[in-house]
Design a binder for this molecule. Structure first.
Ligand SMILES: [Zn+2]
Length: 152
């Protein structure tokens, strides 16, 4: 009898690993590290360009902070992030292939945190990316928020 609650996706892989999402404007670097460590999760930076006005959210700073947990994943960046039009993912096929490997089929599969800047997941392309990955893998989605309030 199958009792797993991880679900089964098209790949037929069972996994209790999760697809988390997080906007860094709701958190701090220290808190992000804590969130990722507690869940033993990889942080996939799905911004089209891993750059920010704030130096602490640039690729170099995040690599130093998160070390091996940090993975740039611009394949799942939104080509329309500047225009504000409908979400168009950069290269969803390649992104999906890689994320599936990290999440369920790799040698040491882990939960993943899809990281963008946007405070809310509702209007962020991370929702589109998370649903895409969930549809393929059957893994559950959980939207995380840090301790910073919106607009602060
Ligand atoms: Zn976003």
């Amino acid at each position: 009898m199958i009792t797993s609650t991880g679900g089964v996706g098209k790949l037929g892989k069972f996994s209790t690993n999760k697809i988390f999402t997080l906007g860094y404007t709701s958190t701090t670097p220290e808190e992000l590290l804590q969130i990722a460590t507690e869940r033993d999760a990889l942080v996939l930076d799905i911004r089209l360009k891993a750059w920010s006005m704030a130096p602490r959210w640039r690729v170099e700073a995040l690599q130093e902070l998160l070390e091996k947990r940090y993975i740039g994943m611009s394949f799942l960046g939104n080509l329309n992030y500047k225009s504000g039009g409908l979400t168009v993912l950069n290269n969803p096929e390649r992104g999906l292939e890689l994320v599936t490997r990290y999440l369920v089929t790799g040698g040491d599969p882990k939960s993943v945190i899809l990281l963008c800047a946007c405070w809310s997941h509702v209007t962020c392309h991370r929702l589109v990316a998370a649903k895409l990955i969930a549809g393929e893998t059957g893994c559950e989605i959980e939207h995380l928020y840090g301790s910073r309030k919106e607009g602060k």
